[in-house]
Design a protein around this ligand. Structure first.
Ligand code: URA
Length: 242
């Protein structure tokens, strides 16, 4: 078998456009079976290890599922009703949630079998953005916006700056966080003397909930997967042969 063109393979794995990856290859940054290959048209035989800048592209196939979590489900495998019942039809072995949503929170919940990806997406060092739609008991204020932007002090610890915005109605706001502490959104508004009455996560990094119906789950597209890995400084896994 001839295998797949090197530039096509690298682009498919999210390392850049065909043009960008061709540049990478010509610069001698890509090794196939331990040998530098400078021809973007080189055909990589199936199963042969590929490295970029000395980092191997993992060969194991991981999978990632995006769920539109409804309220009323617990982000836990053991507590009932578990979000895992919403993943029927997908293999759930070794599939872990990337962070948690409270039982009464709706929205984007990502699951992955890749422990390194999970670690990076949840570690504050990578500052992966999480965007929430929040309905508040009382209107948000300019002072709230400023306090969040400066980094709110919560129980003696300063949070990372968070972006608060709203349109016509300041009881419906969007909040972008770059970390994910326990009940963080609710605690931030509570610290400002307000209360969250409805909470939905709309986005995680470049992943958007989009029009995925409530209660439904779908695998990530290869483009989403590539962008997710790149966003946290990883190369997506090699999915040759799948
Ligand atoms: N912040 C919260 O308070 N709850 C969630 O479920 C997510 C973020």
């Amino acid at each position: 078998m001839r295998g797949e063109r090197l530039d096509k393979l690298l682009a498919r794995l999210g390392l850049g456009s065909r043009k960008e990856v061709a540049r990478l290859v010509r610069a001698g940054r890509v090794r196939v079976a331990g040998e530098a290959v400078r021809d973007p048209g080189f055909h990589v035989p199936e199963g042969v290890p590929v490295e970029v800048d000395g980092k191997p592209l993992a060969l194991r196939r991981h999978h990632h599922i995006l769920l539109h979590k409804p309220a009323g489900y617990v982000t836990s495998r053991t507590e009932e009703p578990s979000v895992y019942v919403l993943l029927s039809g997908f293999p759930t072995r070794d599939l872990f949630p990337v962070g948690r949503l409270d039982k009464d929170t709706e929205g984007l919940l990502l699951f992955t079998t890749d422990g390194e990806l999970l670690h990076r997406l949840t570690h504050p060092r990578h500052k992966v953005e999480k965007r929430y739609l929040v309905h508040l008991e009382r209107p948000a204020t300019e002072e709230d916006r400023r306090a969040f932007a400066e980094g709110l002090i919560l129980e003696g610890e300063r949070l990372l700056p968070a972006a608060l915005s709203w349109g016509e109605d300041p009881t419906w706001v969007e909040l972008v966080l770059r970390e994910g502490r326990f009940h963080q959104v609710k605690r931030m508004f509570q610290a400002r003397g307000n209360r969250v009455v409805y909470l939905k996560r709309l986005a995680l990094g470049l992943l958007e909930l989009g029009d995925l119906p409530l209660g439904e789950a779908r695998p990530l597209t290869p483009e989403e997967e590539g962008a997710l890995y790149q966003g946290v400084g990883l190369f997506t896994e090699c999915s040759q042969g799948t």
